[in-house]
Design a protein around this ligand. Structure first.
Ligand SMILES: [Fe+2]
Ligand SMILES: [Fe+2]
Length: 393
């Protein structure tokens, strides 16, 4: 039997549909992440978002090579009709898992009929996408909806509508009733006991890492018109924070004789982010001011642990964490500068306004070497401001 030929038109339609569906899956996982009560499971969703962070980007790139004159991301109507039917019948985790499984199986089927030479770039792309979708599926857990399948035909239907479903977010991310809420920190800053370190690590895991994932999920869901690169950076950060949580939760259990949930949690990081007016202020608050400050704080903590010759494994973990945090600050600066340029806003004005809003001194406690500020993409005006502030102190 002669193998069926996939024309360029069909290949580009599939990629266009898959691009829409991967963005839809990313959105659904962000909502699920916010609504999920179990912190460990939240982190697994975060990991799966990380695995898939570049799918929309690479699909969009390939689409632009396939003689594609229409660069818009459009909604396949038939696909959305199936999705709204599923949402009425099943829970969000069930819909997510089913969509994940269906995307993996569609990709495999398309792969089998993609032109081997003429469309080799798509073939290679779909091979790696298929692998990524499967690893990601293993992270979020298998669907129990075995009798139902989303249809490939519906996705490749060329009737598109350029709208996006409205997302309703909760005022606060979900937490289990088993955890105890407390305003502010659950430890005394002046305390120098070992218990303070235990509580501090618990607080980083539960109050910082988890909430940092959630504010990035919020950003993806709220600022939908931002470029695909921005969504990829947010998904990367969600992945990083998820891994930070897992590492610290494991360390608490294996080396500190405690578990996540032993001490109180707060919503400080989430609340501060919500004080920002628009994405520019929210990026300034979370990624630039707070994470920028965390880079110096973490370096200080690693130094202290090294000097005291304790918690060697924790030092190693913190070094990896700090490498990631520096990228979050760098990306925060990148996108804050992007918005400033597009909207004609002043970077320093935003930083000064937002640091007042969250009641934080600008610059923070630690002065970093100028080359680190440059690596973190702080603009020259910020570096000059910081140098003067530390000279005057
Ligand atoms: Fe982190
Ligand atoms: Fe971070």
């Amino acid at each position: 039997m002669t193998k069926q030929i996939t024309y360029l038109n069909e290949s580009s339609n599939f990629i266009r549909g898959l691009l829409y569906a991967t963005l839809r899956l990313q959105e659904l996982k962000c909502i699920w992440l916010l609504e999920c009560e179990d912190l460990h499971h939240k982190a697994y969703i975060g990991q799966s978002l990380g695995y898939e962070k570049e799918l929309p980007l690479i699909l969009n790139r390939r689409l632009s090579e396939l003689f594609n004159v229409d660069q818009r991301i459009l909604m396949p109507i038939g696909f959305e009709e199936q999705m709204s039917y599923l949402h009425k019948q099943f829970s969000l985790p069930d819909v997510c898992k089913l969509l994940q499984k269906s995307l993996a199986s569609w990709t495999k089927k398309q792969l089998d009929k993609t032109e081997a030479v003429a469309d080799e770039p798509s073939k290679l792309l779909l091979t790696s996408i298929h692998e990524i979708l499967l690893s990601s599926y293993a992270k979020i857990g298998e669907t129990t909806l075995t009798g139902i399948d989303l249809q490939l035909g519906q996705l490749t239907n060329i009737e598109f509508k350029s709208a996006s479903p409205v997302v309703k977010l909760l005022a606060y991310p979900a937490r289990s009733d088993k955890l105890t809420y407390k305003d502010g920190q659950d430890f005394d800053e002046q305390d120098s006991s070992d218990l303070k370190l235990v509580k501090f690590i618990h607080s980083i895991a539960v109050n910082i890492e988890i909430c940092a994932m959630e504010v990035c999920a919020f950003n993806i869901l709220t600022y939908k018109s931002m470029p695909l690169d921005f969504k990829a950076d947010m998904a990367q950060q969600i992945w990083d924070e998820a891994r930070h949580f897992i590492l610290l939760a494991d360390y608490l259990e294996s080396h500190m004789g405690t578990v996540v949930g032993q001490y109180c949690y707060n919503f400080d990081v989430w609340n501060k982010h919500q004080l920002g007016d628009g994405l520019e202020e929210q990026l300034a608050i979370e990624q630039v001011i707070q994470e920028g400050d965390a880079v110096g704080n973490n370096m200080g903590l690693i130094f202290q642990l090294k000097q005291r010759g304790i918690h060697e494994k924790l030092q190693a973990i913190l070094e990896y964490i700090n490498a990631d945090e520096s990228m979050h600050t760098k990306n925060g600066n990148k996108w804050l500068n992007y918005i400033c340029q597009r909207k004609g806003l002043n970077y320093m004005d935003i930083l000064k306004t937002t640091s007042q809003k969250i009641n934080k001194k600008l610059p923070g406690k630690f002065q970093l070497h100028e080359s680190i500020y440059q690596f973190l993409e702080f603009p020259d005006e910020y570096i000059t401001y910081t140098n003067q502030a530390f000279q005057n102190n």
